[in-house]
Structure formats: structure tokens, C-alpha cells
Ligand binder design. Structure first.
Ligand code: NAI
Length: 209
């Protein structure tokens, strides 16, 4: 199902719905109204109804939402009903933290290859995956049908890494390097900049004083 007209603002709210629905499911809660979901997520009930209506009517008047059905459908919409094959580049502090976090593989994101340019790092293992030299990355991606590249290196060199990822067949990049990567239109880049979130916190703290 392609939903080309759904705004990024809606898409960015979906993971939060999915997270709360998963928690409700774990607690054996079978149904929930948009009002109750609103209390959990801090989005308004009408916003929730509008957001979910983008993908078809899930709720029923007077009943609310069936938690299991909605969680499953949102999972499909988010593409979480499949597994993704990923490589990670830059096995430093950040790269190790990401590679060692089980939550990503539990959600279906498998880091099958880890690459670093530093010979002191190559040969080491992170969660049973041996860190390999950068020269081996292109062939590894092709041979293992890798879809996602996770860049955990400094800004310097990150564009070249992105270029190699794309040339080798990766279609999605999860980018932690503080750089705006240039990629062809058919490639998706999702940037994560923790600093930006921290600076927003700083602004909000300042405003409260
Ligand atoms: P680090 O120095 O511990 O690790 C960087 C690793 O990348 C090293 O193992 C190094 O050998 C490798 N590397 C460097 N250039 C490379 C290249 N061209 N090809 C392959 N491997 C390469 O640094 P740390 O603390 O892990 O941070 C890494 C980067 O991530 C930093 O530049 C920092 O700006 C960024 N960062 C971003 C965050 C975010 O929210 N987006 C949060 C924390 C760090």
C-alpha cells in the first residue's frame, strides 16, 4: 500500500502510536478509544482520528480501536512486518552502542556487517559480528542483499561512505554523521542528530526561566 499524500508530520507520529499500542498489547488491553489514546500520546483525539483515517478507517464509533488489529496494521504501514538487512560503518563509541543494542534486531533490523577504516578496530567482534575493513564493504553489501547502511563515523568521509553504500545497492541510510548527505532521489536518508534534540531542550529550559 503506497500512501504518497500522507504528510511527514503524520508519518513521524506513527511510531509513537505503534509504541503505545505495543505496550497496551503487552498489558493485555484489548481496546482503546481515541480519547484514551490521546491521554497516553499527548496528541488530541481528533488528531489521532485524522492521522489514522489517512490509512483507512480503523476505529468504530462507540467502540474505539481494537488494539491488536491497530498495532498490527500500523506495523504493516511502518514496514515492520518484515526484516531489514543492515550494515554499520564506524565501530567507535556510537557504532558500538548501536550494534550492541538488542532492541533494533528485535524490531527486525539486523546488523549483518560492521565496517571501520581503523585496522586496530577491524577483527574485533560486536555481538558476534566481526568488524571488517572498508574495502570489503561493497562486495559484502551485494552478496548479502543489504538494504540499509548505518553511518556512525565523523563528518569527514561520510559522503564517500554514502556513495559506496548507494553504488553497492543500499536504498536506505540511517545517518548519524553530522553531515547533509547528497544521494540520488530513489535513496532514503533518515538523519539522527542528538545534538539538535539537546539544543531544543536547552531552548525550552531557557524559556521556562
Ligand atoms: P569514535 O571516534 O569513537 O568512532 C568513530 C569510528 O569511525 C572510529 O572507529 C573510526 O575509525 C571510524 N571512522 C572514521 N572515519 C571513517 C571512515 N571514513 N570510514 C570508516 N570508518 C571511519 O566517535 P563516536 O563517539 O562514535 O562518534 C562518531 C561520530 O558520530 C562523530 O563524528 C559524532 O559527530 C557523531 N555522533 C553523532 C550523534 C548523533 O546524534 N547523530 C551522536 C554522537 C556522535
Amino acid at each position: 500500500m503506497k500512501n504518497k499524500n500522507v504528510s511527514m508530520a503524520v508519518i513521524r507520529r506513527l511510531p509513537k502510536y505503534y509504541r503505545y499500542l505495543s505496550e497496551l498489547l503487552e498489558n493485555d488491553i484489548k481496546r482503546i478509544s481515541s480519547k484514551e489514546l490521546s491521554k497516553l500520546t499527548d496528541f488530541t483525539a481528533s488528531q489521532i482520528r485524522q492521522d489514522l483515517n489517512n490509512f483507512g478507517g480503523f476505529g468504530q464509533q462507540g467502540y474505539g480501536y481494537n488494539v491488536e488489529d491497530l498495532q498490527r496494521e500500523l506495523g504493516k504501514i511502518l514496514g515492520l512486518d518484515k526484516t531489514y538487512r543492515a550494515v554499520l560503518i564506524g565501530a567507535g563509541n556510537l557504532g558500538q552502542a548501536i550494534a550492541n543494542y538488542r532492541g533494533f534486531s528485535d524490531s527486525g533490523f539486523e546488523i549483518l556487517g560492521i565496517f571501520d577504516k581503523n585496522p586496530k578496530v577491524t577483527g574485533k567482534k560486536l555481538r558476534d559480528v566481526e568488524v571488517k575493513a572498508m574495502e570489503d564493504m561493497g562486495d559484502f553489501i551485494k552478496e548479502n542483499d543489504i538494504e540499509i547502511g548505518i553511518i556512525c563515523t565523523p563528518k569527514e568521509g561520510s559522503q564517500e561512505i554514502a556513495d559506496t553504500l548507494v553504488e553497492s545497492g543500499v536504498t536506505g541510510i540511517w545517518n548519524f554523521a553530522p553531515a547533509d548527505l547528497k544521494v540520488p532521489e530513489n535513496i532514503t536518508v533518515e538523519d539522527v542528530h542528538l545534538n539538535e534534540s539537546l539544543f531544543t531542550l536547552s531552548y525550552l529550559l531557557k524559556e521556562k526561566k
